[in-house]
Design a protein around this ligand. Structure first.
Ligand code: C2O
Ligand code: CU
Length: 481
């Protein structure tokens, strides 16, 4: 990854984080993100359109991006668990679009998938999204049309579903991570959109990593405070590996769903976030004023600091060091594994893969023909969408789904409308596997998940490495009855 020098300590990022951190005790978001509370019956206007962003900080020109509400990430949309979210999407983009509410067990008509659950929203068009958020947790929203281009241009934002009883912490920070691919001019590298090399390899990887749109931000904290961090990986394809060193935070939720038991991330430990995955952490700040501690991206051995916590004083009666609070579980239906419907998705294709042919639009094509059509990945020998679903499932049926990765690449498998539980990996079974909506399946791995298909409608399953999705790695199932 080519990486420029950080505009670290730029007054801009410093000031932004400082002013937000002055919010003190309570559930304020310490980020330059705007807040959009959903407290009344009115629709919150979410405008998707061209914007500019100071991705290079003081060190270069502003970058032309596409954004929700003029900033990337877009506004933090907060709703309370069990309450109705009402969001009116306005499309001011030069392309059609739609918005998907990632990880929400949503009403199918609100899922935001053009051609499957709604009509696409043309330039100048409007679409009203109105849905119940049944589960508390950290989610996000993003474009679901040409997402390999529209997401890379910046069309995403956090969606926070608050617990009915707030978790007692001093403060909350939403940290949205992305890797942009910028050219020498500091502008989004548009020539490489649609690059077959990216599509057949690991996807579009960027060269400029940001947290909340800022490269290497100083995240202002206070000694003695307990933070809840909500991390979201919005990159098209980059798997982000985080190391927190002595900060040793506690992992309390993955993909919005609380863990049964908080897990401390040891100084040598790594938290992996595949594209679209989220994690909630509790972090007790033990930094005297002026001290700092980096957050490292640890994909390379030495790691690079992608931001740092910087202490500017102490809180009065902070919660650091007190007993850890527990997040109440969401009410997810437990799959019955005595007689589940068994499905499997054999993942094939990509560079250096063994796939010789696949079916595309009902026609068996050789790998050469597939490459010519930009479709180089397949599930069960089929590239791209089909008229018929992978399976038609009776509502309420328990399903056991195996992802068998026969490619040379990792994939972030995402299912719409449901959360699934990880029950086995490479033959090793788990009693207490995590609930997820997106699971990373490494090359040659086999991961089995289980869920109750209780949400009627048409639901996508796809790789969240967006170039893989565009190049064939997607299918759908239907829950009927
Ligand atoms: Cu977050 Cu179908 O995607
Ligand atoms: Cu993939």
């Amino acid at each position: 990854m080519r990486r420029r020098e950080n505009p670290m300590g730029s007054t801009m990022s410093r000031r932004t984080f400082l002013s937000a951190s002055a919010a003190g005790v309570g559930l304020a978001a310490a980020s330059p993100l705007q807040l959009a509370a959903q407290e009344d019956k009115a629709f919150f206007d979410l405008v998707a359109g061209p914007a500019t962003a100071p991705l290079l900080g003081n060190e270069g020109p502003a970058s032309a991006i596409w954004a929700y509400g003029g900033t990337s990430p877009g506004p933090v949309i907060r709703v309370r668990q069990g309450e109705q979210a009402r969001i009116r999407l306005h499309n001011n983009l030069p392309q059609p679009t739609s918005t998907h509410w990632h990880g929400i067990r949503i009403d199918n008509a609100m899922d935001g998938v053009p051609g499957l659950t709604q009509e696409i929203v043309p330039p100048g068009g409007v679409f009203d999204y109105s849905f119940l958020a049944p589960d508390a947790g950290t989610y996000w929203y993003h474009t679901h049309n040409k997402s390999w281009e529209q997401l890379a241009r910046g069309l995403y934002g956090p969606l926070i579903v608050e617990e009915r009883t707030p978790l007692p912490v001093d403060r909350e920070m939403v940290l949205v991570m992305d890797d942009w691919r910028l050219g020498e001019d500091g502008q989004i590298h548009t020539e490489s959109f649609g690059s077959m090399r990216d599509w057949s390899h690991g996807g579009r990887l960027g060269n400029w990593l940001t947290i909340n749109g800022v490269s290497s931000p100083d995240l202002m904290v206070k000694n003695g405070e307990r933070l809840r961090l909500r991390l979201i990986n919005c990159a098209n394809a980059r798997i982000i590996n985080l190391r927190f060193g002595d900060l040793a935070p506690w992992l309390i939720a993955l993909d919005g769903q609380p863990l049964a038991q908080a897990q401390q991330i040891e100084p040598s430990g790594v938290l992996t976030l595949a594209p679209a995955q989220r994690a909630d952490l509790l972090l007790d700040v033990k930094l005297e004023a002026g001290e700092s501690a980096p957050i490292l991206e640890a994909s390379r051995l030495e790691g690079i600091a992608i931001g740092k916590l910087l202490s500017d004083g102490a809180v009065g009666a902070g919660l650091a060091g007190t007993d850890l609070p527990t997040l109440p579980p969401n009410n997810l239906p437990a799959p019955d594994l005595s007689d589940p419907l068994k499905l499997k998705l054999v993942m094939e294709g990509g560079a250096m893969g063994a796939m010789r042919s696949a079916v595309l639009d009902g026609e068996e094509l050789s790998i050469r023909e597939l490459v010519a059509r930009g479709q180089v990945w397949a599930f069960n020998g089929v590239a791209g969408m089909t008229d018929q679903p992978l399976a038609e499932i009776q509502r309420g049926r328990s399903v056991m789904l195996s992802f068998e990765n026969q490619t040379g690449w990792p994939h972030a498998m995402h299912m719409h409308g449901h959360h699934f539980r990880i029950i086995a990996r490479n033959g090793q079974q788990f009693e207490d596997g995590a609930w997820r909506d997106t699971e990373l399946v490494a090359a040659n791995e086999k991961v089995t998940v289980a869920f109750v298909a209780d949400n009627p409608g048409k639901w996508l399953i796809h790789c969240h490495m967006l170039e893989h999705q565009a190049a064939g790695m997607k299918t759908w199932f239907e829950v009927v009855g």
